[in-house]
Write a protein of this length. Structure first.
Lengths: 317, 288
């Protein structure tokens, strides 16, 4: 059953751009896949290991800026930039994790906010990285090797591939020893340590993987939109949105972030198309109200609704 | 770098720091009693500032005179938010609680933008316009009044919590919900009271800030972020800690703005936070 649903979802994602050829539906779907990737990355750290990060934008920005600067100044292929960005994000993540994992609960979350804000302010005042003006990516050549595509289709399959890699990695980790250790740390760190779980090492593993995947998304974003600046890749609002995707979908589950992105992205697009035209942010009023409603009525996320639905159906049978 | 400049930066930092302290005190009170961080705290502040603006613009009421109105209105808002929203997520996981208040913040901020447009508004002349000069150091009238009001209010809150029966009941609920209810304290009403008092703190802060700060839908974000850091810096749940955290942040921000660059002043605020919690993971005066 689960395998069948997963296979159907993969086929649907692969066929989507063949059926919907317009640039807007394809753009929307790219945003869904991008958010699903970000949510999956957050979920490894926040959902599996229980360390709530509100500073994921730091890693997103590390990916976007590293690959862009290497491309502009050294002519490095964005594909190598993708890996370099992930490497920088991992180094940052380990440097952040080592001291900050001594904190727990709200203290850790606020520390990640503080680090995210520091990164934003630092890049805004860093002339070499374009400062507050941002960086434009020059368009030189097209095709898979250049990571530049004339239409949306190429970007679509790249982000779909990155997402598939991330979900597979997350599923594999969750099934193995790290998954069990993370769950033990999340439920009760002291108890986990008392039975010999090396808590710090496994939390570092979680933040490093989460950061690398988030940096992948950052490089993709830069290549897709061809312009980055601190308000677009390093804001607190992005960090919160990433967390929101995973939590509204269902933190700690594999499908949660995918479900969250599939619902949240079209929802915010639809409300802004229907209500945002006036420039008076009615769309965000509705969005805020919906977040409250979901938090109150389905605190375990959309996955909880799906579960209840399934129970309901099997009870009827 | 002369002495007068240092003195001026210290004074300005202290004055705004007292206001940060009051906002942080409201946040930490709510957290201390029920372990929920109010991510809509900044939006409560914003609503209070708009209230001052409209009372001033339409009725001609001075924000300082109308201060009790703000306090009562925000107290009522806090209680309503508790009963309508927070009570429903009391037993939910921490993340659901975060998003309930976060969603409320998004809702309020954008409702304000929808109703009142994103314009920056100022109140113009109020009772406290002007400035004092003392030994070469200037004290801006509105900031002096705001600092005095904030110190009095935070002091009042501290007195209420530590010296009155109802304050002790609040602290008892914070300490141990079940034990408190066995002593005949209704935790539900204590939680509502905490939300009312926490919101009333930003009600007062909003009225005080409206005399010299722009009023616009996103104004809460600026202060809320600082309040989160102040609360964590002092130690979640401690009013004294939040006060110390707020004042420390005001001074650090002001000194960094003068001696490094205004653009990077918050960098120092966040860096100080990290240094403090890494040395003392429970904040300056937090309990272990």
């Amino acid at each position: 059953m689960k395998v069948a649903i997963a296979a159907a979802a993969v086929v649907a994602v692969l066929l989507f751009p063949v059926v919907f050829r317009g640039p807007y539906p394809q753009h929307l779907m790219i945003l869904i896949l991008l958010n699903a990737l970000l949510g999956t990355a957050w979920n490894i750290l926040g959902g599996f290991a229980g360390q709530i990060s509100l500073g994921q934008a730091t890693f997103f920005g590390a990916g976007a800026y590293t690959s862009t600067l290497l491309f502009q100044h050294a002519g490095l292929s964005p594909w190598l930039g993708l890996l370099a960005g992930a490497a920088v994000a991992v180094v940052l993540a380990l440097a952040i994790g080592y001291p900050c994992f001594r904190l727990s609960g709200h203290y850790f979350a606020i520390a990640t906010i503080a680090i995210g804000e520091i990164a934003g302010i630092a890049v805004t005042n860093w002339e070499f990285a374009g400062g507050a003006v941002g960086l434009f990516l020059p368009v030189e050549g097209e095709g898979l090797a250049a990571f530049k595509f004339g239409d949306k289709l190429g970007y679509y399959y790249v982000i779909a591939g990155l997402l598939a890699f991330s979900v597979t990695l997350a599923a594999w980790l969750r099934r193995g020893r790290p998954g069990y250790y993370w769950r033990a740390i999340r439920e009760d760190q002291a108890a986990a340590r008392s039975v010999g779980v090396p808590a710090l090492r496994y939390k570092q593993l979680a933040i490093a993987i989460s950061a690398a995947l988030t940096a992948f998304a950052g490089t993709f974003y830069a290549q897709y939109l061809l312009f980055i600046d601190p308000p677009s890749v390093l804001p607190l609002s992005l960090s919160i949105q990433i967390c929101l995707v995973a939590v509204l979908g269902g933190a700690g589950t594999l499908v949660g972030p995918l479900l969250g992105a599939a619902v949240l992205v079209p929802l915010s697009a639809a409300t802004s198309v229907a209500l945002g035209g006036s420039g008076r942010s009615l769309d965000l009023v509705v969005y805020g109200a919906l977040i409250m409603v979901i938090a109150v009525f389905e605190p375990s996320g959309l996955v909880g609704i799906a579960r209840r639905l399934r129970k309901h159906l099997s009870a009827q049978r | 770098m002369n002495a007068a400049l240092v003195a001026q930066a210290l004074v300005s930092g202290l004055l705004i720091g007292f206001v940060f302290a009051l906002i942080a005190a409201g946040l930490t009170l709510i957290f201390g009693v029920m372990e929920i961080v109010n991510f809509a705290h900044g939006e409560f502040l914003m609503l209070s500032m708009y209230l001052s603006y409209f009372l001033h613009a339409s009725l001609g009421w001075d924000p300082i005179a109308a201060l009790p109105v703000n306090a009562v209105a925000l107290f009522a808002l806090g209680v309503i938010v508790y009963y309508a929203l927070i009570r429903r997520v009391l037993r939910a996981p921490m993340l659901a609680q975060v998003f309930a208040t976060f969603g409320l913040g998004v809702f309020l901020q954008n409702a304000a933008q929808f109703l009142w447009r994103p314009d920056f508004r100022t109140l113009g002349d109020t009772w406290v316009t002007g400035r004092l000069s003392l030994a070469g150091v200037y004290f801006s009238g509105p900031q002096l009044a705001a600092a005095a009001g904030a110190v009095l209010t935070t002091g009042g809150l501290w007195w209420l919590l530590s010296r009155t029966e109802i304050g002790r009941a609040l602290l008892a609920t914070a300490e141990d919900r079940q034990a408190a209810s066995l002593m005949g304290i209704n935790p539900d009403r204590m939680f509502a009271l905490a939300w009312g008092l926490g919101a009333a703190c930003v009600g007062v802060a909003g009225a005080l800030l409206s005399t010299f700060y722009y009023v616009f839908p996103q104004v809460g974000g600026v202060f809320a972020l600082i309040a989160f850091v102040a609360v964590a810096l002092g130690g979640f749940g401690s009013v004294v800690g939040a006060f110390a955290g707020g004042v420390l942040i005001g001074v650090v921000e002001s000194l960094a703005g003068v001696f490094v660059a205004p653009a990077v002043k918050n960098l120092f605020v966040f860096a100080i936070y990290l240094v403090v919690v890494l040395v003392r993971p429970r904040g300056l005066v937090g309990k272990q």
